[in-house]
Ligand binder design. Sequence first.
Ligand code: ADP
Ligand code: MG
Length: 302
Amino acid sequence: MSESTLEALGGGAAPPAQFGHDALVVCDNLVRIFQSGSVEVQALQGLDLLVDQGEMVAVVGASGSGKSTLLAVLSGMDAPTAGRVRVAGWDLMAMQARDRVAYRREMVGFLWQQTSRNLLPYLTARQNVALPMTAPRRHRPARADELLDLVGVGHVADRRPSEMSGGEQQRVAIATALANGPQLLLADEPTGELDTATAREVFEALRTANRESGTTVVVVTHDAAVSHLVERTVAIRDGRTSSEVLRRDDDGDVTHEEYAVMDRAGRVQVPRDFREALALTRRVRLALEADHVAVRPDGSAR
Ligand code: ADP
Ligand code: MG
């Protein structure tokens, strides 16, 4: 089936003039191709993602699915090959080098998995947090202490990283990432090196940053259990968003509902176990019912 036929099946409704115009993060058909010699790797293959201001979203997916590439693009460290990416009105595709520096310093905070990569070893926690600050110098130590208190590690303000636990280091790193009050906090498997209990503490600190300072958080994790701690979990497969799990709190009940993601052209990925159960291959029959769309095997096939 040709691309145009598939789009025609989308119902003919014109797409909204601006996809996700009110979202903080807009990834629209994002493509990132790495070229090394004659080998081409498509790390992102038309990824769509919207994140609203104030949300905390977890990103999950197998190793190599494109999670780190997505975060590198959102942080301004890497530029996509094609597509559209906008954060708080900043067009990351069109950004010049000087804007990129300002964007990275003022708009985003970043947290790496490796605790040693987040902090300078010869500075105390307070000095680490104060270092990237653009506020007047005399305000910096007090502001650093406030941020350390916020994420529950005020007691390590005068210690160097080697005198802290892994969990304390990551929480100091969160305070450092918040130094300039970024709109967006990005964390790439920040709990990957930590045991479960400590990982939980670091996640709680991210939540606190999200709730108390209103920072939007996008956190990559391989820990499926964290979907209980966030409102929305986005799954990436082969460089595209494939499904989302939403957490709903009704009368104190926590429920999880899984959704498939439909892209702007109307494409939906049917999970492998569904396809295998009904031997869905290549061609399927679609039927519009009163309240759902039915997908059936092509009875005439072969
Ligand atoms: P994840 O974080 O989900 O494990 P990545 O975003 O790191 O995945 O990588 C996605 C794909 O892109 C992988 O196949 C990886 O090998 C490839 N890739 C990532 N960065 C580079 C690079 N700098 N050069 C070449 N290939 C890369
Ligand atoms: Mg990664």
